[in-house]
Design a protein around this ligand. Structure first.
Ligand code: MCA
Ligand code: AMP
Length: 470
């Protein structure tokens, strides 16, 4: 296959241009390209070839960057994996992904496999092309509990990231402050690849930093939880936040009150945008002009958005071609629109508001949690007859997971509660219930299907929580 245009652009950024800042050291584009080629050599030594899938389960840092660049140089397909996942959460993904190599620091996930590639270890190789246009498969939580693979092509990313750069007026001289984990679309695609496509620079951090941005940062990406945590500092010392031209929020709704409070502190409104792993970005507020609190803005260039029966549907060059390896034709309408499962309203100017979710999903700190996955883990606990899981509001994380449990009477409640806590340790932290209540019965419809929105309203007294407007 011909080299993707995305990579042609990445390869022609001036070699001396700064590309990555990490813990006080700056690497140039020339150095990143050399790192990619050496890591491609290391991957070859591990038996990886073009088109093979490589799992990357790493925290943000030089090893993660090396692993991605190595796969790009070799033409291998990346499968980014959530660093927080426990063995049982990873198992269905590993079953579907059919990896040639898993790069992870967790030894029990990859017995006998070396941990991260040490930058500079391999003999340089790779021609920055691959046998297919698919460059990564991102597994998204899905609503059934089984993660779904969403193949990502270079073309999806290039067209979408160009449209975003245009909307946000970002160029090669911009410096992004990036602390989002680079295994989700937000950090990996918008953060790292958006920067690499433009030939700009990213200052990468391992974790969220609740402090003023370092000198020289021009834009920052975050989920609403980040903004909740930054707000006190912004209010106390606004001058120390003044150098940043653009604050962007996504992955969950930014409450209008929070947007207004930041606006009052900084004199700038956070720019909210909306997207999905399956679609990359769909809508955004403008870099310049009418940014509206409570709205996720208008459709990006070449992207068509409509609301049908209350559901947001989208078609365009950023939208993926379908799930892999378990296709689900019902994800698309007959005329080719992807069904987002989000509930929205479009106004006369084309501004979209996300008013809730038609899908059963809880978003905790910007991370999707499928209630069905949590229910499946808790339902296996001795003493439990039935479990229903929903989201309840949280001042910091937006929503947290709550569980209503019907006991079977075989064990005292405190014992069942302890067993539930132990079982929940098999899930990564954000999926664990923060509230567990014992109930006589779960709300069900006439067909016997669990009604999670009624659960939120009736058991946890949060009317319409799971489908609430945010
Ligand atoms: C932390 N934990 C996680 C994750 N992060 N579990 C699953 N997935 C995660 N991403 C677990 C930790 O292992 C820990 O478990 C517990 O949660 C608390 O972690 P900690 O870091 O102490 O939590 P925190 O300080 O409360 O911070 C949470 C956070 C973090 C900073 C809000 O979740 C975060 O960075 N969120 C951003 C997520 C994101 O990038 N979302 C984009 C996806 P234990 O208790 O066992 O130690 S959405 C997307 O990409 C779409 C396309 C879009 O629109 O952007
Ligand atoms: P993911 O599956 O991790 O890609 O998450 C995509 C989901 O995040 C969307 O379907 C929405 O439910 C949610 N989302 C992303 N951005 C926003 C936003 N700005 N406002 C509300 N929800 C959002």
């Amino acid at each position: 296959m011909q080299r993707p245009a995305f990579l042609d652009r990445f390869l022609t950024h001036p070699a001396e241009r700064p590309a990555l800042r990490w813990q006080g050291r700056t690497s140039t584009y020339g150095q990143l390209r050399a790192l990619g080629e050496r890591t491609a050599g290391w991957l070859r030594e591990q038996g990886v070839g073009p088109g093979d899938r490589v799992g990357i389960q790493l925290d943000n840092g030089p090893e993660l960057v090396a692993a991605h660049l190595g796969c790009m140089a070799l033409g291998a397909v990346r499968v980014p994996l959530n660093r927080h996942y426990r063995a049982a959460e990873l198992a269905p993904i590993l079953e579907d992904a059919d990896l040639r190599l898993l790069i992870t620091p967790v030894p029990e996930f990859a017995p006998g496999v070396r941990s991260a590639p040490a930058p500079g270890e391999g003999a340089p190789t790779g021609n920055w092309a691959g046998p297919t246009d698919v460059t990564a498969v991102l597994f998204t939580s899905g609503t059934t509990g089984r993660p779904k693979g969403a193949p990502q092509t270079w073309r999806m990313w290039e067209s979408n990231l160009d449209a975003l750069a245009e909307r946000w007026e970002l160029g090669a001289d911009d410096v992004l402050w990036l602390m989002l984990p680079c295994f989700h679309t937000h950090g990996l695609v918008l953060g790292l690849h958006g920067t690499w496509l433009r030939g700009a620079c990213v200052q990468l951090e391992e974790h969220l930093r609740v402090e003023p941005p370092p000198a020289g940062i021009t834009h920052v990406f975050g989920v609403p939880t980040y903004y909740r945590r930054w707000l006190p500092g912004m209010e106390a010392e606004p001058a120390r936040y003044a150098g940043v031209r653009l604050w962007v929020s996504g992955s969950d709704g930014l409450p209008a009150a929070l947007s207004d409070a930041i606006h009052a502190a900084l004199g700038r409104r956070v720019l909210e945008r909306y997207g999905m792993t399956e679609t990359v970005m769909i809508t955004s507020n403008p870099g310049r002009g009418d940014r509206r609190a409570g709205s996720v803005g208008t459709a990006l260039r070449d992207t068509h958005v409509r609301v049908v029966d209350g559901e947001v549907q989208v078609r365009g060059p950023g939208v993926f071609g379908g799930y892999w390896p378990r296709p689900d034709p019902s994800a698309f309408t007959a005329d080719g629109y992807f069904r987002t499962g989000d509930a929205g309203e479009l106004d006369a100017d084309g501004y979209l508001r996300i008013v809730g979710r038609k899908k059963d999903l809880v978003i905790v700190g910007g991370v999707n949690v499928a209630p069905a996955e949590v229910e499946a883990v808790l339902a296996g606990v001795t003493g439990v007859a039935m479990v229903g899981v929903c989201g309840v509001p949280d001042d910091d994380l937006g929503e947290v997971v709550a569980a209503a449990v019907v006991a079977d009477g075989s064990l005292p409640e405190p014992e069942v509660r302890r067993a539930l806590e132990r079982a929940a340790l098999g899930l990564s932290g954000l999926k664990r219930p923060r509230q567990v209540v014992f109930v006589e019965a779960l709300p069900r419809n006439a067909l016997g299907k669990l009604q999670r929105s009624r659960l939120a309203a009736e058991v946890f007294a949060n009317p319409g929580c799971i489908n609430r407007a945010k």
